[in-house]
Ligand binder design. Structure first.
Ligand SMILES: Cc1cc2nc3c(=O)[nH]c(=O)nc-3n(C[C@H](O)[C@H](O)[C@H](O)COP(=O)(O)OP(=O)(O)OC[C@H]3O[C@@H](n4cnc5c(N)ncnc54)[C@H](O)[C@@H]3O)c2cc1C
Length: 247
């Protein structure tokens, strides 16, 4: 089923052809900035998952943030975390095609040169100073929830981290090469071909986490809720359990 278009009242828009930005004044006088970007490529990683690369222009973001990605013709948008590093010259998005979905199915077939709009960057799923300065970090993702962590390590190569990536099959280890191999554990739930056969929650129940670890969880809400409970039982304070729910 399609998601409802968020604003029921038409906003007033002003386009600026030279900066590729659009300022939208909403009826309550709040403003939203939209930028326009050309699609560079779509690269398939698995039968379901792909990376959409678009021109960056002068778009800036903090690693871990997301955007509302809009297709002007569809008059629809969806949130996507930024997969690429902050210093790269393009913006990448890691997307899973949802068979019953509309937006992700459209994105898979988007053409090079097509124009998309971004609203943002948005969100607070970012690294604080402590994390950037070497505090022990644990990143737990399911599926495309690996995206913000990929952006973290591409942007800050000296982070002190371990990653748990939960997927169904071993070919879903998106961007694994970008992580320190000894610090990356692929948890596969449907085939025994990863580093651990089972869900991230089973792995965590068998492998205690030190209390001073700052934990970042990203992906589906069920995993996040269960993992947060396990981490709290290990004595990790709630302020050191940071979450981004995709669905
Ligand atoms: C802050 C935020 C960041 C996000 N970042 C990403 C991202 O980086 N990559 C990405 O692929 N998606 C991401 N999503 C999900 C994305 O916004 C869309 O919901 C998704 O692409 C499905 O859109 P759709 O129109 O195709 O299907 P819809 O009709 O909107 O959704 C159909 C159903 O698909 C399920 N679903 C949604 N996303 C996923 C997923 N990733 N994997 C499995 N099932 C899912 C849900 O149960 C949903 O009800 C993010 C969501 C949020 C809130």
């Amino acid at each position: 089923m399609l998601k409802a278009v968020r604003s029921s009242v038409h906003p007033i828009t002003q386009k600026n052809m030279f900066t590729n930005t659009e300022k939208i004044t909403r009826p309550n006088n709040s403003t939203v900035h939209r930028t326009r970007h050309k699609v560079i490529s779509v690269e398939n990683l698995t039968p379901e998952t792909f990376v959409v690369r678009i021109e960056k222009n002068d778009f800036r973001f903090e690693p871990g943030q997301y955007v509302v990605f809009r297709i002007p013709e569809l008059k629809q948008g969806r949130e996507y975390s930024i997969y690429s590093g902050a210093n790269e010259t393009y913006l990448d998005f890691l997307v899973r095609e949802i068979p019953e979905g509309s937006f992700s199915r459209y994105l898979r077939h988007i053409k090079t040169g097509e124009i998309v709009e971004l609203e943002g960057p948005k969100g607070f799923f970012i690294l604080d100073e402590q994390a950037k300065q070497g505090a022990p970090l644990l990143f737990v993702a399911t599926g495309t929830g690996i995206s913000p962590f990929h952006s973290f390590v591409k942007s800050f190569p000296d982070l002190n981290y371990n990653v748990l990536h939960g997927v169904h099959f071993d070919d879903e280890a998106y961007g694994r090469k970008s992580f320190i191999q000894g610090n990356f554990t692929l948890c596969t739930s449907r085939v025994d071909k990863g580093d651990y056969f089972g869900r991230v929650t089973y792995f965590l129940k068998e492998h205690p986490v030190a209390r001073d670890t700052i934990c970042y969880l990203c992906g589906n809400s069920e995993m996040i809720e269960e993992v947060a409970g396990i981490l709290e039982n290990y004595g990790i304070p709630p302020e050191n359990i940071r979450t981004e729910v995709f669905f």
